[in-house]
Design a protein. Structure first.
Length: 843
């Protein structure tokens, strides 16, 4: 009876809503065969409740209990039988002085594992390292490996932080988590720190299991009110729930806080009153949180205040905070994402270039920063695009340490409504050799501190989890968070190796499950690049609104500097030194020379560095425009296969997660076609150059809604034009009129897949019904704004365009096809077109 109860508890603990992510501790196949190779008791050295060694002991008990059904006891000293001993090296050596010689050198947070005949020794350089070791051991046995081994594992870099862009209250510029697609903030609510921080503690647990040592909880676009005494108390509560996992808290600051909150008439970083004010803040924070990690600061960028407001340098700004942190041992991550969108003029200045900004602003400052300043640099010079060259700023900081900022939340990369496994992209960036002084200088060697010898370097990942039980809004997106932690610990790990581990821990051991997830994941970034933006032109998303759907025209003609400079004949940014913005010259000479020359620039960055005619030939022999057309067809075709691949897993994983992922993959498949058609139509109209294969603009299976017989519906011209097939859709005549669009089918009798392209705006939940010969084929609701976490939009555009497909519908020649749309709120049940596709065809 007791074991039944135990199983029930384990079963509940691993309810497959995603909350446990990769820490499910689900029963290992054939678990009972391995019991003899596992410890029978846990011994925790130097374990104080609320600190990592104590947590490690608990995790070992829970983990081995869940994975193998073996119930362990916890002891302070060695009981009889096999044991798992966990603690710091120093605590171990205190008890066993003679063992010291045999132990390896560990760096901060490193761990040592020795598994022998059921006895497990887990030692950390510090308490956090001991917990990392315990998680590592549990991960290994969860993957079914119970054999003996010894391992010394040290992190590649000391800074392994995550940033949350959580606003203090809902209704910030982009909701409660800026660029977050997994629900509200787990930390803040209504201007305060949440009372219930259970999820924050669970988040810390996940992060600790992948080696992350600090979380900045509030948005870099910081609200000064984070520093009120009440909110500082709240921050201390967050630090309290992080501490058992060895995760430290960091805080984002608003540079103007002395004025906004402190009542001073200035925030000049060299003003004595300002310095004193910030010192008071640091002292007050550390009084409450003695182990606080430090600060994160975004200054003089996108409207944020900073030192340049007072003609001070960025170093003056960073050092102000650094000095106030020094007595407390904190560090400051100072962001290099500095640019002035008010000064960028595309029309008047051919040489204007946002990409130049970071190196320009940091020029000459390398030796001006205090030792506890780290410069946090986005991987590319613009903004988390689907493909960017590595930021050249990494090569300009040799004395000051740098962290590379990666984005786990898929702001420009499908917002978790599209599956995009990012590890392959990050690996490419980390492996890129920047050839400083003509010597090997991979990005990973720079951010590990090995190349230039700085002490404080590493990784910062923008994660933006929310209250959704899936954390990020999508089960598959969690492989990105897992991979981020793994690469920050050891960038030599492979994308497929990491994925394999994650899949086993998240979905189990079934080979087919592994094959399918590997294939989908490994094809996902190339596919997304293919159907969004090619040849280094950037993501081609709507950069003025949600950064989600296609809108190539939005890139140009504004001061945001993500320009493509596309006109009727040519496209691309000329970033050469000889004729362009000079950006290529910011790299060390070998790399500069490669990018300066069109012949040696890789095709995938051609339009990043060069302005060329659409007819420019690539190394593949194709023209730029034909490559665009082909890539968009290829990428969207790949996205269709994700659905059929996933469907093979029906019954092989739990229904809850199977359905959740399937829903998203079907949506992605439809939206990839929206991307394909919008981008292709846009460049076809601009260039006037037809697709050699005659696909663009020719959709033989399509019936345009505006050409059907309309009752209660009217034709509506869509903007941007390319977001609608035939540039038009239909909308109901009023907000309360039911619309019908009817047509007689001309196709031969048979079975068809019927696909309806419609728009799901965030203004209501319209419903649609599809009939063939008055028989209901199916109905659906426009509620994607609730079903998907992606940025909602109130417009009929590429963000809201979606597709609903009904497979295998029998129709006759002459059948009546009818869609009935019922508007809701301000959403007028818009329909773009209906495709009548021979079964299995996607178009
Ligand atoms: C937090 C981009 C994003 C902004 C973000 C900014 C940054 O511009 O769209 O939401 O602001 O980067 O990284 O600071």
């Amino acid at each position: 009876m007791r074991s039944l109860l135990w199983l029930a508890v384990v079963g509940l603990a691993v309810a497959e809503d995603g909350l446990a992510a990769w820490l499910r501790y689900a029963r290992v196949p054939g678990a009972s065969r391995h019991l003899g190779k596992l410890p029978s008791a846990v011994v925790t050295l130097n374990a104080t409740k609320g600190y990592p060694v104590h947590t490690a002991g608990q995790e070992l008990v829970d983990g081995i209990g869940g994975l193998f059904g073996k119930k362990l006891t916890v002891a302070k000293s060695k009981p009889k039988g096999t044991t798992a001993t966990v603690g710091t090296v120093s605590a171990y050596v205190d008890k066993n002085p003679s063992a010291a010689k045999g132990l390896p050198d560990l760096v901060e947070d490193g761990f040592y594992l020795k598994i022998s005949k059921g006895n497990v020794l887990i030692l950390g350089q510090n308490e956090r390292g001991a917990l990392y070791g315990a998680f590592h051991y549990l991960s290994v046995i969860a993957q079914g490996n119970v054999s003996d081994f010894t391992l010394t594992s040290n992190p590649d870099a000391p800074v392994r932080w995550v940033n949350q862009w959580d606003n203090m209250q809902d209704g910030g510029t982009h909701g409660s988590v800026e660029r977050g697609y997994g629900g509200d903030s787990i930390f803040f609510w209504d201007g305060h720190i949440r009372e219930d921080l259970t999820r924050a503690g669970q988040y810390a647990r996940l992060l600790a299991s992948i080696g992350i040592n600090a979380v900045v909880a509030n948005n870099v676009n910081a609200n000064a009110s984070i520093l009120t005494p009440e909110n500082m108390d709240g921050l201390a509560r967050i630090a309290d729930v992080f501490r058992p996992y060895g995760v430290q808290l960091g805080v984002s600051l608003n540079f103007a806080a002395p004025q906004l909150l402190g009542g001073l008439d200035t925030f000049d970083p060299l003003d004595k009153a300002v310095v004193n004010w910030w010192q008071g803040i640091a002292d007050n924070l550390y009084k409450r949180i003695p182990d606080m990690a430090g600060y994160l600061v975004k200054a003089n960028s996108e409207g944020q205040p900073g030192p340049m407001t007072y003609n001070r340098t960025l170093a003056d700004g960073a050092n102000l905070f650094a000095r106030t942190l020094q007595p407390h041992g904190g560090i400051i991550l100072f962001r290099a994402f500095v640019y002035d969108h008010r000064s960028l003029n595309q029309t008047l200045d051919w040489k204007a270039d946002r990409a130049n900004a970071a190196v320009d602003y940091f020029d000459g400052l390398d030796d001006k920063f205090e030792d506890n300043v780290v410069i946090q640099i986005k991987y590319g010079p613009i903004d988390f695009q689907v493909r960017e060259p590595v930021s050249p700023l990494f090569t300009h900081l040799r004395r000051t340490g740098a962290t590379v900022e990666l984005q786990i939340t898929q702001e420009y990369l499908g917002q978790q409504a599209h599956v995009v496994y990012l590890a392959p992209m990050w690996k490419e960036l980390l492996d890129f050799d920047l050839r400083v002084d003509s010597k090997p200088s991979t990005l990973k060697s720079i951010v590990s501190g090995k190349r230039f010898g700085q002490k404080l370097t590493g990784y910062a990942g923008v994660v933006n989890v929310g209250t959704n039980t899936t954390w990020l809004g999508s089960h598959l997106a969690m492989s990105n968070l897992y991979a981020y932690g793994k690469l920050a610990w050891d960038p030599e790990q492979t994308s497929t190796g990491i994925l394999k581990e994650w899949t086993t821990l998240t979905f189990g051991h079934d080979k087919l499950v592994h094959d399918v997830i590997t294939k989908i994941s490994m094809e996902s970034w190339p596919a997304y690049e293919d159907y969004s933006g090619n040849l280094g032109i950037q993501t081609l998303t709507d950069i003025l609104l949600g950064h989600y759907g296609p809108n190539p025209g939005s890139q140009d003609g504004n001061p945001w500097g993500q320009w493509t400079r596309a006109d009727d004949d040519t496209i691309g940014m000329d970033r050469t030194v000889w004729n362009g913005t000079g950006f290529a010259g910011q790299y060390p000479p070998e790399i500069a020379a490669m990018y300066e020359n069109i012949e040696t620039t890789p095709d995938n960055l051609l339009l990043w560095f060069h302005h060329v005619p659409y007819t420019q030939k690539l190394k593949s022999g194709k023209t730029v425009i034909q490559h665009f057309y082909d890539a968009h067809y290829k990428g969207s075709a790949t996205a269709q296969t994700f659905v059929t691949l996933w469907e093979k897993l029906k019954g092989r994983i739990d229904k809850e997660r199977y359905e959740h992922v399937l829903f998203r993959l079907i949506y992605q498949a439809g939206h990839s076609l929206v991307w394909r058609d919008s981008v292709n139509q846009f460049y076809f109209n601009k260039s006037g150059i037809p697709d050699e294969l005659g696909r663009v603009g020719n959709h033989k299976y399509r019936i345009e809604a505006e050409e059907m017989e309309l009752k209660g519906y009217k034709s509506y011209r869509v903007s941007p034009f390319e977001a609608a097939s035939g540039y038009h859709c239909v909308v109901t005549e009023t907000n309360s009129t039911v619309g019908t669009a009817t047509t007689k089918l001309k196709v031969p009798s048979g079975k068809y897949d019927l696909a309806v392209n419609y728009y799901d705006m965030a203004l209501g939940n319209s419903t649609w019904e599809l009939f063939v010969d008055r028989k209901l084929v199916g109905k659906w609701k426009g509620d994607l704004e609730y079903e998907l976490g992606r940025a909602p939009s109130p417009y009929i555009d590429g963000q809201t365009a979606a597709r609903k497909t009904f497979r295998g519908v029998r129709v006759k020649k002459g059948s009546e096809l009818k869609v009935v749309g019922r508007p809701d709120g301000l959403e007028p049940a818009p329909i773009d077109y209906i495709s009548v596709l021979p079964e299995g065809t996607v178009n």
